[in-house]
Design a protein around this ligand. Structure first.
Ligand code: PLP
Length: 380
């Protein structure tokens, strides 16, 4: 039986009609950009994250860019982030006129290592500030990524940021509804960026993103930035962008948000089931941790034979993915930062070993058994 990597059609079959009813209102009002549907979604999503403000954006990439651009970080200063992430995390840093400063991830958690960050900041401390020895940029912020939906060590990063006088931002593009120690992702640090790319746990019918923040002032700057830096009609207080969320996406996301807790619960059940089914296979499974609610956006396993395993799964009609096969510090786009092979051994190892298995709320136990028996069959 073929098993797709992701199956959005089932979601459409279940709630498509409910969403479409809301869209008619948008079409009848002809208010296609921002407007009441986006405003209502922003309020609901802020409440969901346990934070004061949410500002809808045109994508997760734009959300990362916008939150850093309006944060007041000195131009040319450094932002620490992991190399094991989607390129958009680092793109946002560069687009905001800042310098990506990579630090390694933890072998056990696959997320940015607080130890690596702390050691980097201590080793490179000069007269009360930490300076990236490669670029000469004074480090001004830390940007952990909740890879696969596992919340990074955000409270620990808050303490590190405080200790070194840095700001903390979060790339929560994969972690809608995740929490750590009872605190939701999106509620830590200065601001967090979310993506509503269709395949995300909370996905739009097109592109979408948001920034969450506790600061009313930052929310205002974000609202202005996403709308060409306008402060009021005909007046521009900053250089901005067109990062406005479409009304259609606000309407879609407003409906889908109500289903997200149940979808995430079903993903967690599927993750637990994979854990049982794959227990006898010679692969590394995602870390199980107390006090951490994972959003299970992606279910990754590690094996040295990931290429062959992926090909074998494909031959059986089973979808898989690579998230992410080449770490950012070795990508051509970031070559001018001067990193090389061996700079981040754990990120490089994790990049070479990860493979992601089919994961979506509607996946059935039968489909998961099919995946697990194919994995077991591959290893003989
Ligand atoms: C970690 C991470 N950051 C940023 C993004 C960018 O989001 P978008 O695709 O909505 O621009 C994504 C989404 O793919 C992501 O997974």
């Amino acid at each position: 039986m073929p098993v797709p990597f992701l199956d959005l059609k089932q979601q459409y079959a279940a709630i498509g009609a409910e969403i479409t009813a809301g869209l008619t209102e948008v079409f009848e009002n002809t208010a296609y950009i921002l407007g009441p549907k986006v405003r209502a979604f922003e309020e609901d999503f802020a409440a969901f994250c346990g934070i004061d403000h949410c500002v809808g954006m045109s994508s997760g990439t734009d959300a990362v860019h916008a939150m850093l651009a309006v944060s007041g970080l000195p131009r040319g200063s450094g932002v620490i982030l992991p190399p094991n992430t989607f390129t958009a995390t680092a793109e946002g840093v560069v687009m905001a006129g800042l310098v990506p400063v990579f630090a390694d991830v933890d072998r056990g958690t696959w997320n940015l290592s607080p130890r690596a960050v702390e050691a980097f900041l201590e080793e490179n401390s000069r007269g009360g500030r930490s300076v990236d020895p490669r670029s000469g940029a004074a480090v001004s912020a830390i940007l952990p990524v909740d890879l696969y939906g596992r919340p990074a060590e955000l409270a620990e990063f808050e303490n590190i940021a405080d200790r070194f006088g840095l700001l903390l931002f979060e790339d929560a593009c994969q972690s809608h509804g995740a929490s750590r120690g009872g605190r939701m992702t999106g509620s830590f640090g200065s601001a967090a960026a979310f993506s509503f790319y269709p395949g995300k746990n909370l996905g739009a019918w097109g592109e979408g993103g948001a920034v969450t923040t506790r600061s009313g002032e930052m929310a205002e700057r974000l609202r202005s930035f996403r709308d060409h830096g306008s402060s009021r009609k005909y007046f521009y207080s900053q250089i901005g962008h067109n990062y406005r969320m479409e009304a259609i996406q606000g309407a879609v996301l407003g409906v889908k948000l109500r289903y997200l807790p149940d979808w995430n619960r079903r993903r967690a059940e599927a993750a637990a089931r994979y854990g049982e089914l794959l227990a006898g296979c010679p692969v590394e499974l995602p870390p199980a941790e107390e006090g951490v609610v994972h959003s299970w956006h992606l279910y990754a396993i590690h094996t040295e034979a990931r290429k062959e395993l992926g090909e074998y799964l494909a031959s059986k009609g089973i979808g898989s993915g690579l998230h992410y096969p080449y770490p950012l510090h070795l990508q051509e786009a970031y070559a001018d930062l001067g990193y090389g092979e061996g700079d981040f051994p754990v990120s490089e190892l994790n990049s070479s070993r990860n493979i992601t298995l089919p994961m979506f709320p509607e996946i059935t136990p039968g489909q998961q058994e099919e995946v697990a028996s194919a994995v077991a069959g591959f290893f003989g």
